[in-house]
Structure formats: C-alpha cells, structure tokens
Design a protein around this ligand. Structure first.
Ligand SMILES: CN(C)C(=N)NCCC[C@H](N)C(=O)O
Length: 288
C-alpha cells in the first residue's frame, strides 16, 4: 500500500487548516449561537471581546489530529482508486479513472475520515463556542480549560459515548460531500488540461478551491445539524438524534437555518482547499 499519499495528505491538510481556522470559528458560532447578527457582527464582537486569539480557539486539537484525519482521507481515497482501477498515482493522468470510481473512492475516504474526526471535531466545536476572553484575574474561568480538560469533562459528565456526540451527522455530512469534492476537482482539472498531462499549478489551485466550495455547499445543512447536536447536552436543548435536530431546528427557525454558515464556509473553502490540493500534488509529484 503506497504511504506517500498519507504523508502528503497530512502536510497539505495542516497548511489548509491553519489558514481556515479563523473562518471556521466564526462559522461554528453563527451556527450554534443567536448572539450575532451576521458574519461582520460576529467578527467584530469576537475581536473586541477576545482579541485575535479568539479566532484561534480550539485549533490545537485539529492540528494534532490532522495527521490522522487528512492522511486517512487522501490515503484511503488514493488506495481505493488503486484497488478499483489498478492504477497508481503516477499512472492516473495517462489512464484516468471514471467519475463513478472517483466518487466511490471519495465517499470511502470521507466515511473513514469522519470516523476518526468525530471526537476531535467535538472538542474543537465546544472550545470554539467558549466566548470568554483569555483568563483574567477575578473573571470566571471558562467551562473547559483546554482540549485535555474538555475531553476529561465530556468523559466524566456525558460518558465515553459522549465523545462521539454528533458522529452520525458527521458521517452523513462527509460521505457524499467528499465524493463530490474529488469528482469536482478531477472534472475541473480534466477540463483545462490536455489528455495525459499533469494539471498546471494554477489549474490545481482553482480546481481545489472550487472543489472545496462545491463540497461545503452540499455539506452545510448537515454541518449545522452536526454542530447543534455536538453542543446539545451542554447549555442547549438535548435532541433525540439527527432527524429530531433537523425537524425541531426547521420548525423553530425555518428552513433558512440549514444555510447558516454557508457564506463563511464557502469563503473559507476556496483558499483552504486550493492550498491543500496544491501542496498534495506538489509533494506527490516531487516524491514520484
Ligand atoms: C465536509 N466537507 C465538505 C469537507 N470535508 N470537504 C472537504 C474539504 C476538506 C478541508 N479540510 C476543509 O476543511 O475544507
């Protein structure tokens, strides 16, 4: 089993993650809190109340976990294609896989990445939702003192299963959206590259960026549900499951609730995924 894809997936994912985390914090807050009137209001309030550091809350765990999560995504994607088509990364431009094969490989990678991502994503969302400024003398401490304290508290208060809160919504979000992610990327690369040749850096950047936007567009409704289920049990109401969360959110706030965070998700998706794909292709190419 080729391991280069796993390593390239890790490094490229880490670069994308640092670039996109501030957008991600604003998105999570808009999806789960009612204190903000929109993106600008959320950015201004976060900055005033918590300084620039507020945008980077909850980043240490994703950084630590990206090695597993993104390498699983890209490694499983590439190795599933190898199993389906018997072509390695190097042969794939000369003998391109069909879009159905790309979709199946993307869904498989997405499903397995969601299984690994679930507890890390939960901790990220809980920490991002803490709006207290950095600890000051006399101010009440935030509920979670950091990622390790957050894991320990969830384990104690909600049991071991609590660490997998939102896992179903995450799998439902990531399986089809990552299938679409890789299909969009492949399609855009093939449209602007002569047969058998490697896409240029500009093509990879644009195709990666739009693949990110396309995948987040279909993923956002389940992203809202996932974030809400993850926050439930803390200060918000408890849901009986994914469907219950969908129905009660729609009843109380209208169907528009499923588009919360769509603009910021798309704005974040372009640079994050342009950088991720460019780094991934560059690394595999130079190791090839
Ligand atoms: C749930 N969806 C839509 C995705 N995971 N899409 C693929 C993009 C992955 C990238 N690390 C990012 O966070 O944008």
């Amino acid at each position: 089993m080729p391991v280069e894809e796993f390593v390239a997936g890790w490094i490229s994912g880490a670069l994308g993650l640092v670039l996109g985390h501030p957008f991600d914090t604003v998105k999570v807050r808009l999806q789960t809190q009612t204190a903000y009137r929109g993106i600008v209001d959320c950015v201004v309030k976060t900055y005033r109340h918590e300084s620039l550091l507020g945008f980077f809350k909850g980043m240490s765990f994703p950084i630590a976990s990206i090695a597993v999560v993104n390498s699983v995504l890209f490694g499983v994607y590439s190795n599933t294609l190898l199993a389906l088509t018997a072509t390695s990364y190097q042969d794939r431009r000369a003998q391109p896989p069909s879009y159905t094969q790309v979709f199946i490989a993307g869904c498989t990678g997405g499903f397995l990445q969601a299984c690994c991502l679930s507890p890390f994503d939960l901790v990220k969302v809980r920490l991002q939702n803490q709006t207290e400024p950095r600890a000051q003398l006399g101010s009440p401490p935030p509920r979670y003192r950091g990622p390790v304290h957050c894991v320990a508290s969830i384990f104690r208060e909600e049991g071991p299963r609590g660490l997998f809160r939102g896992a179903w919504a995450l799998m439902l979000r990531d399986t089809p959206s990552l299938g679409l992610y890789f299909v969009t990327y492949e399609w855009l690369c093939r449209q602007s590259t002569p047969d058998g040749q490697n896409p240029s850096s500009a093509t990879v950047l644009v195709a990666g960026g739009f693949a990110g936007i396309a995948s987040w567009m279909i993923a956002t409704p389940l992203d809202v549900v996932k974030s809400r289920v993850q926050m439930a049990g803390l200060k918000q109401r408890e849901y009986r499951g994914v469907l219950d969360c969908m129905v009660s959110s729609a009843r109380q706030e209208g169907l528009g609730v499923f588009c919360r965070g769509l603009t910021i998700n798309s704005a974040r998706a372009f640079p994050v995924n342009a950088v991720t794909f460019l780094t991934y292709e560059y690394l595999l190419h130079s190791w090839g």
